[in-house]
Design a protein around this ligand. Structure first.
Ligand code: SF4
Length: 499
């Protein structure tokens, strides 16, 4: 795209986050990384929600020309409005050298248009107000008199029963008054961003918190390339002010942070471990936690999806749907390790089958070990509510949950290899080298989610679906086997009991 082409709405919002990002997007598209599956999943979900929103304002005219054909879109919009259409989807408007596409324009009784921006989100965010402001500025400038400005987001109290009722699935918020002040500042910002886009080189803007707020910037691989893989930015919960102070001292590496620099206890521990190269281990506290464990030991992990549009009855928007479980079982110290798992078929609601499987696979006694167990606890509680016949068994499992992440989250065991994180993906390779996720076809929860969503949509060939099932089972099994190895390591340092 040449520097003279109009700004889009998303480029305007990009400029608000970081003008360097805007310049790079306009001038260095070659630096954009491939869209990861997890982000593509969010885009796809947004499109589905956008289409569902049309049912809330039915019988509209869709302006079909895509972003590569803006002239066609502008002409089609003008023609549809002139022909008396009462509702327009994806209407195009150009003003002030900014091109926008409005999700929904609906004629109101006053014969002006109400503008509706649809968000696949549970609530209002600040950036949405700017989104509305730039659209209203352009639409009015382009000759669409606008009455009210609405944001339509998802009502998370909605519970699906039968088909989706678009009337109650969405919440319509009138933000006409809230954006009035913002609209006044739009022309000045537009001029600034157009001037930025036309610069010969990127504006000098340092990295900082704006690189991930309100959105993760795609250019971090470019702008952060001089930052070490493990740096002052990775100190746990460090404030932007403290990072700036350290950068001001010319410090990037954690090992270079001066001893007297003000840090929280957890931060100081992380820095000490990095400087010494040796783990911090509170063996008595860890032993105390381990003493709570009773055999048989069940190592349990769920994989879930949480689509915006609930696919089955009884579900709310964004509710976690466990579709897979892996269970490693150790009946007694030294006994052979057993493994079993459950995986939904992607066609039907997996929850009832999973609830029955859990009730059968996990007996009435013994600890149920999970990594960050609060999540598994919420899933079990939801399953018990949805399938009361399984309630007693599921509540018993929930009551016996034991969180194997606790020693790491509480700072009882801090290893330099954790690099400031207590996630399993950081802890496991440090404690059990060789048990890395690096070579798995599905290597993290986001990939597992997008894989199962593809199975749900039925857009995989039979072979691809089979391979996806294999990869999902391998990934989830790795999580529970990893917990076994982590517990083995904790037992070695926290008491040395037979395991
Ligand atoms: S990575 Fe940060 S500094 Fe670089 S363009 Fe993105 S937001 Fe701006």
């Amino acid at each position: 795209m040449s520097s003279a082409s109009p700004l889009s709405k998303s480029q305007y919002l990009r400029g608000l986050q970081c003008r360097k990002s805007l310049w790079l997007y306009r001038n260095r598209k070659d630096l954009l990384p491939e869209t990861p599956p997890s982000l593509q999943m969010i885009f796809d979900q947004g499109h589905e929600v956008g289409k569902l929103a049309w049912k809330r304002f039915p019988e509209g005219v869709l302006i079909e020309a895509d972003h590569l054909h803006p002239e066609d879109a502008l002409q089609a919009t003008a023609a549809a409005a002139k022909s008396g259409a009462n509702v327009l989807y994806e209407a195009a408007a150009l003003f002030d050298r900014v091109l926008i596409r409005a999700d929904i324009l609906a004629r109101n009784d006053a014969q002006t248009w109400d503008m509706v921006e649809v968000k696949s989100s549970a609530d209002i965010k600040d950036v949405y107000l700017h989104d509305l402001a730039i659209q209203r500025h352009v639409l009015e400038g382009a000759g669409f008199p606008i009455g009210k400005t609405f944001l339509m987001h998802i009502n998370t109290d909605y519970v699906r029963l039968g088909g989706i009722d678009a009337g109650s699935f969405f919440t319509l918020r009138d933000l006409t008054e809230e954006i009035k002040g913002l609209i006044k500042s739009v022309p000045e910002k537009v001029r600034l961003f157009q001037a930025t886009a036309a610069l010969d080189s990127a504006p000098e803007i340092d990295i900082g918190p704006h690189c991930s707020a309100p959105y993760d910037c795609e250019f971090t691989g470019h702008c952060w390339r001089h930052i070490p893989g493990y740096s002052v930015y990775d100190v746990v919960r460090i404030s932007g002010a403290k990072v700036a102070a350290l950068r001001g001292l010319g410090i990037l590496e954690i090992k270079d942070i001066p001893d007297g620099f003000a840090l929280s206890d957890a931060q100081r521990l992380q820095v000490l471990v990095e400087k010494s190269g040796r783990p911090h281990v509170d063996a008595p506290e860890i032993a105390g936690l381990l003493n709570e464990l009773e055999y048989p030991l069940h190592f349990l992990d769920f994989e879930t999806v949480n689509p915006a549009i609930p696919p089955y009855d009884g579900l709310r928007p964004f509710q976690q749907i466990p579709f897979q479980a892996s269970l490693h079982l150790l009946m007694s110290p030294g006994a052979p390790l057993q493994h079993m798992d459950f995986l939904g078929d992607g066609k039907a609601d997996p929850r009832e089958g999973l609830a029955a499987w859990l009730a059968g696979a996990i007996g009435a006694a013994g600890a149920v070990i999970a990594y960050n167990a609060a999540f598994e606890g919420r899933c079990l509680k939801d399953l018990a509510q949805a399938f009361p016949a399984r309630g007693p068994a599921l509540e018993s499992i929930q009551a016996r949950l034991w969180d194997i992440a606790a020693p790491f989250r509480k700072g009882l065991y801090v290893h330099p290899g954790f690099r400031g994180s207590w996630s399993m993906k950081s802890v496991l390779p440090a404690l059990a080298p060789g048990m890395s996720y690096a070579n798995l076809a599905i290597a993290d929860g986001a990939q597992a989610q997008s894989a199962y969503l593809r199975m749900m949509r039925g857009d995989l060939s039979q072979e691809a679906a089979q391979e996806t099932r294999r990869a999902l089972r391998e990934y989830c099994g790795q999580d529970t086997l990893g917990m076994v190895e982590i517990l083995r390591r904790l037992e070695e340092i926290g008491g040395g009991r037979e395991f």
